[in-house]
Unconditional design. Structure first.
Length: 536
């Protein structure tokens, strides 16, 4: 992936960064607050990342546009608030949220890794994926991922395995030993109780029917299961209705746009206020865009995007319907009851009454066995060979990290044994800078990903000149595009301009806290117009 242009703006002020090369780029300035972080965050924001702009920058008031290339194919993407417009060649796509963009991206642009989250396989969000190659200036923590919340560091490691083609969910050696020991103890206790009270080993329906405790627990479990299934059916119905509603809205929008394509032999459409023949489409979304649809060619691009969205919603509606049908069958099974004869009831009544306390204990044991076996069954899906491959992958990354660290800081005493430090051993200062640099280097080197390596304020916390030179040489070896930013000292002058390895971009002339201006507005409008976005 190659970033070609980054643009931020509206109809009044804007900025365009168009000097990026395919190789090693360093954006620098002689002071802070010259716009470096705004440009970097705008790029990531347009590509689906969570916003981490400076607090004084009202990013919601602007369009954020990025032109990029993947596998020789050019793309143009714009974001305003939570709505995205993506253009690939002559095709235009509109996404109402980051989730829609993510799924389309993974399916049609470049596969995104998948992890197990909450027991369900899901495509990772951009906020986690981007941490493979992006380090922000703020919120630095060596003991965890950035923006920790929904995602944890274990999810990041699972993503690493997915990228290496060795994804799985397994237990650690200590956890596995503990689970197996629990199962052994529980089985021994259960066996002793059943030997003392053989009636409890019976699987006949009458035994359960006569046992007050067993019947109560069974009924409670059944009610819980029925309620759980009902909630799932309700959720799926809500999701399906939302998809049906969205599909209907886009079909109606398509009808209205199609009607504009009909040849009008007795006149033409014209604005009664100003006489203009130009017409626009204002999307009825939470974050509206205005599209120029004055010509048939422009309308055709919008219609193509609508067709794609209708098709996607149809697929999601069919998926919801299928899941609802499965849940409905499960509900029927739960509601159905076993028939028990009077003879069976009389036969087992006395024995069951005499074992009420023991039965309650066995019920607890069975619940514990169920939980432990579930953990064990998860681990069984991960063979020892696969575990070894996973450990080897992490060890390969750590090996490259430690090797690169020794090159950068030969006298340093750090030894990286994990991808994250313990909470009590969080790196700070230049140690953190070196830690994140070697991680980004190792991820690219070992995983061989093709995404640009983006590090905002890469020499933060006073990375020495000697160390910096080694860092630049290491990253220059990687085939990935590199985009680094830094603030230089007054005596350093144009230090990056004389380096043949680098494409230096000087932001020193920018007005502090004011990177946007009228200078780029017309060019920005033309760029937005390529996406059919009409900006006043």
């Amino acid at each position: 992936m190659i970033i070609k242009r980054i643009a931020i703006g509206n109809g009044k002020e804007s900025y365009i960064e168009a000097e990026l090369s395919d190789g090693f780029n360093v954006i620098f300035s002689d002071d802070n607050n010259k716009g470096k972080t705004i440009v970097i965050q705008s790029m990531l924001y347009a590509l689906g990342n969570k916003p981490v702009f400076p607090s004084t920058f009202g990013y919601k008031n602007y369009y954020h546009i990025v032109e990029f290339e993947i596998n020789g194919k050019n793309y143009l993407i714009a974001r305003k608030k939570d709505t995205f417009i993506l253009k690939e060649e002559s095709r235009l796509n509109i996404f109402d949220n980051e989730s829609e963009l993510k799924n389309y991206w993974s399916k049609n642009i470049h596969p995104l890794p998948k992890i197990i989250k909450g027991g369900v396989e899901k495509v990772v969000d951009f906020e986690l994926f981007n941490q493979l190659f992006f380090v922000a200036q703020d919120k630095k923590d060596s003991s965890n991922i950035a923006n920790k919340g929904y995602y944890k560091k274990d999810d990041f490691i699972s993503m690493i395995f997915s990228l290496g083609g060795i994804e799985s969910e397994g237990l650690s050696e200590d956890e596995l030993f503990e689970v197996k020991r629990n199962i052994k103890d529980l089985l021994e206790e259960k066996s002793l109780l059943e030997k003392e009270h053989k009636i409890l080993k019976s699987k006949k329906a009458a035994v359960n029917y006569l046992s007050q405790n067993s019947d109560r627990l069974a009924l409670e479990d059944k009610i819980k299961e029925i309620e759980k299934v009902n909630v799932l059916i309700g959720d799926q119905n809500i999701t399906r209705n939302m998809r049906v509603n969205k599909k209907s809205q886009y079909i109606q929008l398509k009808k209205e746009l199609t009607s504009l394509n009909r040849t009008m032999s007795i006149g033409e459409i014209q604005c009664l206020d100003c006489g203009s023949k130009n017409i626009g489409l204002l999307t009825a979304l939470q974050n509206p865009y205005t599209f120029d649809i004055s010509t048939k060619e422009m309308r055709d691009q919008i219609l193509s995007s609508i067709d794609e969205k209708v098709k996607t919603y149809e697929e999601e509606i069919d998926k919801c319907t299928g899941e609802i049908n499965v849940l409905q069958e499960k509900l029927k099974e739960l509601i159905s009851a076993d028939e028990i004869s009077l003879e069976s009831v009389v036969r087992y009544k006395k024995e069951i009454i005499d074992t009420a306390d023991i039965e309650e204990k066995l019920t607890q044991i069975n619940e514990e066995l169920k939980k432990n076996r579930l953990f064990l069954s998860t681990d069984v899906r991960v063979s020892n060979d696969l575990k070894k491959v996973q450990r080897d992958l992490i060890n390969d990354i750590l090996f490259v990290m430690n090797k690169a660290y020794k090159l950068i800081d030969p006298s340093g005493n750090l030894v990286f044994e994990n991808l994250f430090t313990k909470v009590t051993e969080n790196y700070s200062g230049s140690e953190f800078t070196e830690f994140m640099l070697v991680k980004m280097y190792a991820y690219a080197k070992v995983l061989n990903h093709s995404f640009p390596i983006i590090i905002d304020s890469f020499r933060a916390e006073e990375l020495s000149t000697i160390k910096e030179d080694i860092v630049m040489q290491l990253f220059a070896e990687l085939p990935n595009q590199k985009i680094f930013t830094t603030t230089i000292k007054e005596e350093e002058g144009e230090k990056y301009s004389s380096d043949s390895l680098l494409n230096s971009i000087n932001y020193s002339q920018h007005t502090p806290n004011k990177i946007l201006s009228k200078e780029y507005t017309e060019e920005f409008k033309k760029l937005a117009n390529d996406l059919l976005i009409a900006i006043d």
